[in-house]
Design a protein around this ligand. Structure first.
Ligand code: MGD
Ligand code: MGD
Ligand code: SF4
Ligand code: SF4
Ligand code: SF4
Ligand code: FES
Ligand code: MO
Length: 663
């Protein structure tokens, strides 16, 4: 610990703390602009200057590490004058005619700092360059005329997203934020994560959907989690007048620490589908609005007589985006109540069945995403982390400056190739031979961390070369890179899990153990899973294939999910189809009864992330009249058939051994 004095206060902080953070811990406010708690200190704006005894000039506190015995003053008259001058420079350098700016009046950190310093006017005549406003990006606008060159956006793009799209071009007063060294955002390598917009302290980067919709003080902020995929990022839902205006990453989010991806931050804001606002029933060939009572009654009357009819009964399929309670009720209703032999989820086990099957035997064998934070070698098999589970992908991308290495195993050319140090383009389905081959090479070269005996490694290696279509040298390079890792992590996606082979997963676990990715201390092996409740669905055994064989009625609980073309085609000729959904789709068009439900922002519910975190998504807005919550609809259908379902989703989710520790 280090002891110092700040404004006559005795402060004790850990070594390596900056003076700025030490002051914060002591409850002393130092004005800042370029500082951001999730970004590396930059020391660019100089607003955070302090006087340190023994220093001739004021010094930026955000980049100054504490020292024993340091005596710091933050509020002297001369500092106040200097800060005032610094702010005057900012205001005169660019167009800060605040009343025209969308963040003016409370959301601009520059303006707020000026008020804090009791600035009333510009002492310096403004004289600025006119910058062209970059409006090429689909989700936000960059106006360099409002930019204070704090580089928070540049640092966020590099340090949070790992995309390195933004930089500063030109020098001095002409300095400007640009994409890909000199280009426009809309034509750049930007992956549309929005991190830069979230950290910008001024109106230089503004979000299209929430601009001019009101200041933060007019908004309600609800902490929740993203249900865009199974990563389970922490988010803040920004709401005004019962409308979601913006989604932000939650800096306190355990998984993502504020990061988000396009799918989570922007897709829900650009929803194009048509909402269903009333129950519908097919009458004389046409879907017509009816009361809930009529619709639910018709469904119960149709389904109840089919109970227990093994093949001619009811088939049911649920989206893995439904909250855990709804999934659990769904399973209870159709498996235990109606005794159907075909009850599954829209993923049809593509992402979880093989993984869960191994877990049934071994118990939990997968680890947490956190391990990526200090991984030095990552192998990704059949997982396109540059496109899906993007925030997990960011963890790998942003680790490149510290030298992380990536081995990708994927028959196709994917965005991953750009990131990968070694890209193994094996023949589809040859992964088992590949993994066994890697193990044999590691054992043969004596590079294993744990003892493993392989009979006739030469043959295993020769088989791998033949079956994968790869060169021996490619396999050997990959094997060595993996074996030399200090903290290796293996990730695998649908390219592996969709092969539905528990033996393949077991073989991968063997490789992970051999290279020290999995041992007593750390579990560096994880499958990427599918939608937000992929794991919950697997825990409920909703992971079989959906092969209709004569069922007389089908119940599809889609919620607010998209309907894949394949599923819609398979259900097109269903004798009787009930669709529980929020939006019109090719499926609701074919339905006999449509039961309209809430969407993600209108319901609370629990989700189990790909690495086993049980998290709660909060309700942020009231649902439109006429729609009901997914679990309420299922409970009501069940009640009308005298097959009441339990609301204890926790118990049913924990009933099966899981591949990840649930917590
Ligand atoms: N941003 C975002 N994230 C998402 C989603 C989203 O829509 N948007 N969707 C979520 C859902 S539902 C899912 S299922 C997951 C899917 O996420 P992933 O598990 O990453 O699945 P895919 O994107 O289908 O990528 C699978 C990869 O496997 C490769 N592959 C195909 N066959 C083989 C093979 O035989 N061997 C090997 N080694 N590779 C093979 C394919 O070329 C492909 O690149 O993503 C989830 N995450
Ligand atoms: N053969 C086969 N079957 C599968 C799978 C597989 O890999 N292969 N995967 C399984 C899995 S994991 C899943 S999750 C399911 C469903 O997985 P898929 O069948 O892959 O369906 P999706 O691509 O998720 O979405 C269905 C449709 O919605 C549209 N869509 C999706 N997201 C958006 C969006 O944000 N905006 C707009 N405008 N349109 C969108 C897509 O264009 C797509 O046509 O299929 C399962 N079945
Ligand atoms: S949206 Fe994300 S990737 Fe694009 S410039 Fe901003 S931080 Fe970089
Ligand atoms: S665009 Fe915003 S975040 Fe980026 S340097 Fe300018 S003021 Fe800072
Ligand atoms: S990675 Fe998944 S959970 Fe995170 S913001 Fe993107 S879609 Fe949402
Ligand atoms: S906050 Fe320290 S220099 Fe900007
Ligand atoms: Mo999926």
């Amino acid at each position: 610990m280090v002891q110092l004095t700040i404004d006559d206060k005795q402060v004790e902080v850990p070594e390596g703390t900056t003076v700025l953070r030490a002051a914060e811990m002591a409850g002393i406010h130092i004005p800042t602009l370029c500082d951001h708690k999730e970004l590396t200190p930059y020391g660019g704006c100089r607003l955070c200057i302090v006087d340190v005894q023994g220093f001739r000039v004021p010094i930026a506190s955000c980049t100054l590490p504490v020292n024993n015995g340091m005596v710091v003053k933050t509020q002297t008259e001369s500092l106040r004058k200097s800060r005032n001058f610094i702010l005057s420079m900012f205001f005169s350098e660019r167009n800060h005619f605040c009343p025209f700016c969308q963040v003016s009046g409370g959301d601009c950190e520059l303006q707020n700092a000026a008020y804090h310093e009791e600035m009333t006017h510009w002492p310096i005549e403004p004289g600025w360059n006119n910058f062209v406003v970059d409006t090429t990006h689909p989700y936000f606008v960059l106006d360099n005329n409002r930019c204070i060159l704090c580089r928070r956006c540049v640092r966020a793009c590099a340090e949070i997203t790992g995309n390195f799209t933004l930089s500063v071009a030109e020098r001095g007063a002409a300095s400007m934020i640009v994409a890909d060294a000199d280009g426009l955002l809309g034509e750049s390598s930007c992956v549309k994560c929005g991190a830069c917009v979230q950290v910008c302290p001024t109106g230089a980067l503004i979000d299209r959907t929430s601009a001019y919709q009101g200041l933060d003080q007019n908004m309600t902020e609800i902490k929740s989690i993203c249900v865009g995929c199974s990563v389970g990022c922490g988010i803040k839902i920004i709401v005004r007048d019962n409308r979601v205006v913006r989604i932000e990453g939650d800096w306190d989010g355990v998984v993502n620490r504020g990061a988000m991806c396009e799918h989570g931050r922007y897709h829900p804001m650009t929803e194009q589908r048509t909402r269903i606002s009333s129950p519908l029933m097919r009458k004389n060939g046409q879907l017509q609005p009816v009361s809930w009572d009529e619709a639910l009654g018709a469904v119960a009357d149709k389904l109840k007589p089919l109970a227990g009819n093994a093949h001619n009964g009811v088939a049911a399929i649920a989206s893995t985006r439904l909250p855990a309670k709804a999934l659990s009720m769904f399973r209870e209703l159709f498996v235990d109540g109606l005794k159907s032999d075909l009850v599954t989820s829209t993923e049809e086990g593509m992402t979880t069945a093989a993984v869960a099957a191994l877990a049934d035997k071994t118990g939990a064998f997968e680890g947490k995403l956190d391990l990526l934070k200090n991984a030095d070698v990552v192998m990704a098999l059949g997982a396109n982390i540059a496109k899906t589970h993007m925030v997990a992908g960011f963890m790998v991308k942003r680790a490149r400056p510290r030298g992380i290495r990536l081995v990708s195993v994927n028959p196709k050319s994917e965005d991953m190739d750009e990131l990968a140090n070694i890209s193994l383009k094996n023949k589809p389905g040859s992964d088992l031979a590949l993994i066994e081959g890697l193990k044999a090479i590691i054992v043969k070269e004596g590079l294993g961390r744990t003892p493993l005996v392989i009979q006739n490694p030469e043959k295993v290696i020769a088989d791998a070369v033949r079956e994968t279509g790869l060169e021996l040298s490619e396999l050997s390079d990959a094997a060595r890179m993996l074996a030399h890792g200090v903290s290796p992590v293996i990730l695998y996606g649908k390219g592996i899990t969709a092969q539905r082979d528990a033996h393949l997963i077991e073989s991968l676990l063997g490789l992970a153990t051999l290279i020290g990715a999995v041992d007593k201390e750390r579990v560096g092996l994880l499958s990427m899973k599918g939608e937000a409740n992929s794991v919950a669905a697997a825990q409920l055994h909703l992971d079989g294939q959906f092969k209709l064989n004569g069922q007389q009625a089908i119940y599809a609980a889609i919620g607010d999910d998209y309907v894949s073309k394949g599923l819609a085609e398979r259900l097109a000729n269903a004798p009787y189809l009930v669709v529980q959904a929020a939006y019109e789709s090719s499926l609701t068009e074919k339905a006999d009864v449509v039961l309209p439900v809430t969407i993600w922002s209108e319901q609370e519910g629990h989700y189990v992330s790909m690495d086993g975190r049980v998290q709660k998504a909060e309700k942020a807005v009231a649902a439109p009249e006429g729609v009901r919550e997914n679990s309420d609809v299922l409970a009501e259908v069940a009640m009308r058939m005298n097959m009441p379902v339990s609301t204890d989703w926790k118990k049913s989710i924990h009933a099966r051994k899981s591949s990840v520790v649930l917590s």
